[in-house]
Design a protein around this ligand. Structure first.
Ligand code: G3P
Ligand code: MG
Length: 405
């Protein structure tokens, strides 16, 4: 085995720690941007006394729009570039269900937006409650479809379609109609409208993008969220069947979302580091000095380095396919580096039950910070205890940077 020298790259301009932000109640309140968020992002982009860039991603339970639209909106509000790769919404991990279900009913959001998002994930046959109401308006006796709703609906004969899964993507705009339809399908034979199962166990699977009971908007008091709809449907189901409803949950604080978030964060950190290494002049004495050697794709020694602390380049034989990541140093020299896991992920959230529980439950390297700009009310005792509490997102960022340096 050809043993190559193990070396380490010091790249003081990219932090080994990272940030993960909740959105509603931390960055936004309804249509309003929380003013301190702009400065918080500026600090993470390098405008801090340590001249360090800190990678960050956003994990919101919200949704109802494409991740790209969310990125564009946040970029404008935060006066920086946020890319689609930095965004996880409640329904984003539902991508993993593509291929498992053929016919899905997508519930929530405005017009056809969630149908379009589900199709963009790769779901083949995506239906909405509007399609069902157009097929047979008697499904909900007291709801007359508006012109706009009719314009969003497809012509489908639901007596011939078996819905395999109900995906509640975003907040319902019509609880009465949506509950009626969801309950009917859960109690149906094989997800066919107009049928009823005697055993109550032949219906489709039910998925919720998240379970937030309340959330912070631009109203003074928190508003009921998707979790409240879930409670309501579960109560109706229990009343009807005498048994408990089985719900598959995504979003925070679920572990699936945590695993998804970690994957996204590690990909994003790799991208941030790669960008910085590309800009690094390979022969600049202050960037690279003396000592060790990096090995390029062809096995050649490409640069000398010293004070190499954070990012380890391994012997190529030691790097498994999974771990191996090619980085570009200078203009076009590729090196094999293994990006170590984040030293600490600072998670900033406003809802103890979703955010603090999420950050505290899955990995000791996550550090939960509770802010007072959303659901959590100052002076109350949060159900899940954060590692740190502060006024707003800017304070959270300052606290973390100081803690790290
Ligand atoms: O519907 C949105 C919501 O319940 C919370 O969103 O960003 O606080 O996770 P977020
Ligand atoms: Mg929130």
């Amino acid at each position: 085995i050809r043993r190559k020298r193990k070396t380490v790259i010091d790249h003081p301009r990219v932090a080994s720690y990272a940030f993960c932000f909740d959105i509603d109640g931390v960055i936004l309140r309804g249509p309003n941007t929380i003013p301190e968020a702009v400065e918080a992002l500026r600090l993470l982009n390098g405008a801090n006394k340590y001249n360090i860039t800190v990678p960050s991603i956003f994990v919101t339970n919200g949704g109802g729009k494409p991740e790209s639209a969310r990125a564009t909106d946040l970029s404008a509000r935060l006066e920086t570039t946020i890319t689609t790769d930095q965004i996880i919404q409640g329904h984003t991990p539902m991508k993993d269900l593509v291929g498992i279900y053929e016919n899905v009913l997508v519930v929530g959001g405005v017009g056809n937006v969630c149908r379009n998002v589900a199709e963009s994930y790769g779901f083949k046959n995506v239906y909405t409650p509007f399609d069902i109401l157009k097929w047979n308006p008697a499904v909900t006796p007291y709801h007359d479809m508006t012109e706009a709703e009719l314009a969003c609906a497809k012509d489908v004969d639901f007596s011939k379609v078996a819905i395999d899964a109900i995906l509640v993507f975003a907040d319902s705009r019509n609880w009465a109609a949506d509950q009626q339809i969801i309950l009917e399908l859960l109690l149906s034979k094989n997800g066919v409208m107009g049928t009823s199962s005697a055993t109550y166990n032949e219906g489709p699977q039910l998925y919720f993008a998240h379970s937030d009971f309340i959330w912070a908007t631009n109203y003074k008091l928190s508003r009921y969220g998707m979790g409240a709809l879930q409670v309501s449907i579960a109560a109706l189901y229990r009343e009807h069947t005498g048994t408990e409803l089985k719900v598959n949950r995504f979003g925070k604080p679920q572990k699936g979302t945590f695993i998804f978030a970690n994957k996204v964060l590690s990909k994003w950190r790799k991208g941030v580091l790669d960008e910085h290494l590309k800009k690094m002049p390979v022969d600049a004495p202050n960037a690279l000095e003396e000592a060790d050697i990096l090995i390029n794709e062809d096995g050649d020694e490409v640069v000398n380095q010293s004070k190499l602390e954070k990012y380890e380049a391994h012997d190529s034989e030691e790097v498994s396919d999974e771990d191996e990541q090619l980085f570009t140093v200078g203009r076009n020299q590729k090196v094999k580096l293994e990006l170590p896991p984040c030293s600490t992920v600072y998670f900033v959230g406003d809802t103890p039950e979703s955010d603090i529980r999420f950050a505290n439950s899955h990995d000791a390297s996550w550090h939960s910070i509770l802010v007072k700009t959303g659901v959590y009310q100052d002076g109350t005792v949060p159900k899940y205890t954060p590692k740190h509490t502060c006024e707003n997102v800017l304070e959270a960022v300052k606290y973390a940077i100081e803690r790290e340096h």
